[in-house]
Design a protein around this ligand. Structure first.
Ligand code: C2O
Ligand code: CU
Length: 541
């Protein structure tokens, strides 16, 4: 996290270990400009792209489950064959339905459905299920306010009242979220509604074939195939990438249009997603974000996806096949970017960030996630509508009260939101918002810092402006308020880059009564666990 020190460490490693020298060479290159392709990303592991992508199936990891009946899941730890050789212990939410044993299932529901999930904690430590992005009351939020003790259980029961989108669920115990997610406690939740259904029918892309979730997380994996985590660590990045719990997979695709619903479930790694083909990029359409469809598709070359964010994209492998024929391979890559992990104003000392991550690409370095192999007959052409749904533009917020937040680190290297660190303030709400009011939250990051993906529970928001953005962000803006295409959707997590002031509009209407407590925090899970989190209350008007 501190550049000066990281450079020193890298230089030391390169001289000490000749075998690492080649791998290090590209690390010293300047990060690529937006749109450029890094020709030599992370050296491939020997088995790179050997496995077929897991698509949601009947059984095992990411099996698909309709939430049309009460469901019991056990948080537990079991071994799965994941890499070559020894199996890997994965902490997961295990269900058992007839002869099926889904683990971290892809849950599917329709808006208006009742979710009824019983969690039994078979782990040796407290855990929860937090329903990331869902408009729920405190009791069903699964935050660290309501931990489930080892051997204990909880029941989450609520009506789903969110737009159609890819949401996700994950553990959220106080101080242990980074550890539990790194070990695997997370899965996708797909919500459907009529508007999105209409688009789906119009596109005619079969779910599970040409309409697929990509649930992406990097993991630090040791020689024994064990997932590694160190308590108290900073920015836990990894040397392997799991897509749908498959390491660096491939997918055979036809030369046609695909819809990919992508979640970044990494602890700390921000992704700059692009489709790399030959020595160029395959432009794609961004059609949705955290909270569902955008009003219109945006043709882009790449998109930043911070931890916890989701994007819904359409990519046409047919255009690539037309250019150079079938047999072509397209890589889903995170392009190099300026990670902006600058030394903090405080000059706080941080431990070596890469020493714990042998073989991992540093933050901001290019990394290949999966491969698409184009073959077969060209399917009928699909027309993408110019208008996707009736989402209004971000609201005009003149006259709305503004609540200001500043993201910063103190001289001891502790992260703060204003003067609040969760280890000091805990579950005591630091402010209260009256139910039904509307507010602008203005989140300002320090000039010399790093990007923080800021998330709040219980409420979705619209981004209304970005100012003092770094060049990579400014270069992507498409309106007078500094917003990029991704900002034009409904969000629950927003990346705030060093120096930036990001304003989000919030409507605190909700069908609940009494005091409901929620969290506001950085979704870099190590920052969260180090206390970059606060509790706020929504109270009766
Ligand atoms: Cu995705 Cu407070 O969490
Ligand atoms: Cu952060």
């Amino acid at each position: 996290m501190i550049n000066r020190q990281r450079r020193r460490v890298l230089a030391g490693m390169a001289t000490a270990a000749a075998a690492l020298a080649a791998a290090m060479a590209w690390r010293r290159r300047a990060p690529a400009a937006p749109g450029a392709v890094d020709a030599s990303p992370v050296p491939p592991p020997p088995e790179r792209f050997a496995r077929a992508l897991r698509v949601p199936g009947r059984d095992g990891l990411m099996a698909e489950l309709a939430l049309n009946a009460p469901l019991t899941v056990h948080a537990r730890d079991a071994a799965f064959a994941m890499f070559d050789g020894a199996p890997t212990r994965v902490w997961h939410y295990a269900a058992s339905i007839g002869d099926r044993a889904p683990a971290n299932p892809l849950l599917r529901a329709r808006r208006g459905d009742t979710l009824d999930v019983r969690l039994v904690n078979d782990l040796a430590e407290a855990t929860t299920i937090h329903w990331h992005g869902l408009a729920v009351d405190e009791a069903n939020d699964g935050s660290g306010l309501h931990p489930v003790a080892p051997g204990g259980e909880a029941r989450y029961r609520y009506t789903i009242d969110n737009r159609a989108a890819l949401y996700w669920y994950h553990a959220h115990p106080h101080g242990r979220t980074g550890r539990q997610l790194q070990f695997g406690l997370a899965g996708p939740l797909l919500v459907e509604d009529d508007e999105e259904r209409a688009l789906r029918d119009r596109l005619g892309l079969a779910w599970g074939e040409r309409d697929l979730p990509l649930f992406i997380a990097d993991k630090q994996v040791g020689d024994d195939n064990a997932i590694v985590y160190k308590d108290g660590a900073d920015d836990w990045i990894g040397n392997r990438v799991l897509v749908n719990f498959t390491p660096e997979p491939h997918l055979d695709v036809v030369p046609g249009l695909y819809r990919l619903r992508i979640a970044n479930a990494s602890n700390a790694r921000m992704l700059r997603l692009a489709f790399a083909a030959g020595d160029g990029l395959l432009p794609f359409r961004l059609i949705g974000t955290d909270g569902g469809l955008l009003a219109q598709p945006w043709l882009v070359d790449d998109v930043f996806v911070a931890p916890a964010q989701r994007v819904d994209v359409l990519v046409d492998f047919g255009t690539r096949a037309a250019a150079s024929g079938a047999g072509e391979r397209v890589l889903l890559r995170s392009l190099a970017y300026v990670a902006m992990e600058n030394e903090d104003e405080s000059g706080a000392f941080a431990r070596d960030p890469m020493g714990d991550h042998p073989g991992a690409a540093a933050m901001g370095e290019a990394i290949d996630l999966m491969e698409f192999r184009i073959g077969g007959a060209r399917p009928p052409r699909v027309d993408v509508p110019a208008r996707l749904c009736a989402l209004p533009p971000p609201p005009a917020v003149d006259g709305w009260p503004v609540r200001a937040f500043r993201l910063r680190m103190d001289a001891e290297g502790r992260w703060f939101i204003n003067d609040w660190n969760f280890h000091d303030t805990g579950h005591e709400p630091v402010f209260a918002v009256r139910r039904g009011t509307r507010e602008v939250w203005e989140i300002r990051n320090s000039m010399t810092s790093m990007p923080h993906p800021i998330h709040l529970h219980g409420f979705a928001f619209r981004v209304v402006s970005r100012s003092i953005s770094p060049p990579d962000v400014r270069a992507r803006s498409v309106d007078a308020n500094g917003l990029g295409p991704q900002d034009l959707g409904v969000g629950d997590t927003v990346a705030v880059w060093p120096g930036e002031i990001v304003r989000i509009a919030l409507d605190f209407s909700q069908p609940f009564a009494g005091t409901q407590r929620y969290m506001l925090h950085c979704h870099n899970l190590e920052h969260e666990d180090m206390g970059m989190m606060l509790t706020f209350a929504v109270v009766d008007a």
